[in-house]
Design a protein around this ligand. Structure first.
Ligand SMILES: [Zn+2]
Ligand SMILES: [Zn+2]
Length: 571
């Protein structure tokens, strides 16, 4: 889905026009278009295929043409040309919270400010005061804004990093000089937020790889270009490092650059005990190199099985490997269904048929269609009468469908007092009920905890959705006593969700593992509101694997009939 990409380009054009001091109406037109495209529930490429771009709000013939250009070429000529006129650093400065294009223009015109570091220094030295509209207080706010921006930029969500690294690797693979290529670092370990992308390559012609890499279209700035190592910033300011290593060192380098640091320290200690030395170049006994081409050699030199990258955090994986107790981590192939998708019945855009079709293409056997409950009006909450229709529609669908089965579910709202947004008479008719908090986040820990516990005590509630409510980079988890919630989940046999929506990943890896350890089942749900988002399943599996989960720990690995038996156990 290219919606965000198109919107980003329009937004950047608006910013550049503003820096250049152009006509406010023109600026506004781009901003409005960007916003409307972002809010589209449908894939803009599909709208383009139907030739209906200019019927979108705020999109005339001219902008429609520009969208088509972006969709076919990946960018816009006009935008690429404007980029040359405006210093890159200035485009970064306007991303600082509270500092818009207008102030950036003043800073540039008056003091030739072109980078954040320069701006920070000038603000600290009180050199900005006295410029039009800038007072002592503004200087203070600029410094605060820089701090927030730096913190936010230092880590990026897994989903963004995964797709960017795949895009880069896909491009590099087209180069015949690239013999082996692998992403290392926290992307390979699937951390929930990531600082930069590390790529390792084997190639007989490193300089060719460096040229090709630093000239990729997604490169915004080249920070360093060497013979075997280069760093760039890709769109969004994301740093990507590439290294070409010798073929006989590839495995050792992959292990070294995958990390984590804490895991590698343990590996090196074990090596020393065996009279070996392990580093990024290989495995050595004295001066003699005894291996390093494959990652397995590193672990087998230590008499260990290969430890999956997701576990390499020094959270007990070395001990488990030493004792032969590594978990059989769940694999994507073992996932039979998604426990949380929205349909047209609430705020999703897809019909039941479309959801099932997508599920079939993904190789899934079943999908739980869990729409919002009646009170959640802004999210198209399903009324009692509509719910009867949905039950009938799904029944009818399942009778016809040989391959994919649908579960008629609900994401029922947990009210402020812990009561549920549907009566039990309705809940008991559903195949699956996931309950969630969507309001009252400001309540204290005890109240919030008790709300969830009360919901779990309802026999018709099978799963608690996005249990902690955190949104990565935006909202902290609300105050909860998770230990108690996990205990109650075990007692009431309620599953806890691993919400796979990129910003949520809730529960996270650590709590998922804690839940598993107490015998609680987990339930991956993508919370998809459009079909493409069903692909987030992979992110849920990443969290599950980091949480040491096996097939038996996940509702997603049950067959349709096993799951139905489980959810209807109270009938
Ligand atoms: Zn929700
Ligand atoms: Zn939802």
């Amino acid at each position: 889905m290219k919606n965000q990409e198109v919107a980003n380009i329009f937004r950047k054009i608006a910013d550049m026009l503003e820096i250049k001091g152009e006509n406010p109406f023109r600026i506004r037109a781009y901003q409005k278009a960007a916003q409307n495209i972002e809010n589209l529930a449908e894939d803009i490429e599909i709208i383009a295929q139907r030739n209906e771009l200019d019927s979108l709000p705020g999109i005339g013939k001219d902008l429609a043409q520009k969208i088509t250009e972006i969709l076919t070429t990946g960018t816009l000529k006009q935008y690429e040309e404007m980029k040359k006129e405006i210093p890159e650093g200035l485009m970064e400065i306007i991303l600082i919270p509270g500092l818009g294009p207008r102030t950036a223009k003043i800073l540039y015109d008056e003091l030739k400010v072109e980078s954040i570091d320069q701006l920070e220094r000038l603000a600290q030295e009180h050199k900005l005061q006295g410029l039009p509209g800038i007072k002592a207080k503004t200087e203070e706010n600029i410094l605060k804004g820089i701090a927030i921006y730096r913190q936010k930029m230092s880590r990026v969500m897994l989903s963004t990093m995964l797709s960017l690294s795949r895009e880069i690797i896909g491009e590099l693979k087209t180069l015949k000089e690239v013999k082996r290529i692998e992403v290392a670092g926290s992307v390979r370990r699937r951390r929930e937020t990531i600082k930069d992308i590390d790529i390792l390559v084997v190639s007989p012609r490193p300089e060719k790889v460096m040229d090709f890499f630093t000239q990729l279209r997604l490169v915004e700035t080249v920070q360093a270009k060497g013979r075997t190592k280069s760093s760039i910033r890709a769109r969004g300011g994301i740093q990507v490092d590439i290294r070409v290593v010798e073929p006989e060192s590839f495995g050792a380098a992959l292990c070294y650059f995958t990390g984590s640091k804490a895991h590698n320290i343990r590996i090196r200690e074990l090596a020393i005990k065996k009279g070996l030395k392990i580093n990024e170049y290989g495995i050595f006994r004295g001066e003699e190199k005894i291996g390093g081409e494959e990652e397995e050699e590193v672990y087998s030199a230590l008499e260990l099985p290969v430890i999956p990258p997701e576990l390499r955090e020094d959270r007990g994986e070395i001990e488990a490997a030493l004792h032969g107790n590594l978990p059989q981590l769940v694999e994507m192939e073992a996932i039979r269904g998604d426990l949380h998708v929205h349909s047209k019945y609430s705020d999703g855009v897809a019909t039941l048929e479309e959801i099932a079709h997508k599920a079939e293409a993904m190789g899934l056997e079943w999908i739980a269609v869990c729409d919002h409950s009646q009170s959640l009006k802004i999210a198209g909450g399903v009324s009692l009468a509509q719910m009867e229709e949905k039950i009938a529609a799904i029944k009818k669908f399942n009778q016809k469908s040989k391959k994919v089965k649908l579960l008629c579910g609900a994401e029922v709202d947990i009210h402020n007092d812990g009561s549920l947004d549907y009566p039990d008479e309705l809940l008991k008719k559903l195949d699956i009920v996931i309950a969630a908090i969507h309001s009252g986040f400001k309540q204290d820990e005890k109240t919030l905890t008790n709300r969830i516990i009360k919901a779990m005590s309802n026999p018709w509630v099978h799963v608690i959705a996005h249990p902690t409510g955190r949104l990565i980079g935006e909202r902290e988890a609300y105050p909860l006593n998770l230990e108690k919630i996990i205990e109650e989940a075990a007692r009431t046999r309620t599953a806890l969700e691993i919400n796979a929506y990129p910003q949520r990943l809730d529960l996270n890896d650590i709590y998922s593992r804690a839940a598993k350890d107490k015998g609680v089942l987990l339930a991956i749900g993508t919370d998809a509101h459009i079909l493409d988002q069903m692909d987030y399943l992979e992110l849920g599996v990443a969290v599950a694997r980091r949480g040491w989960l096996e097939k038996k720990d996940l509702l997603n690995c049950l067959s349709y009939s096993e799951l139905m038996k489980l959810t209807h156990r109270k009938d």
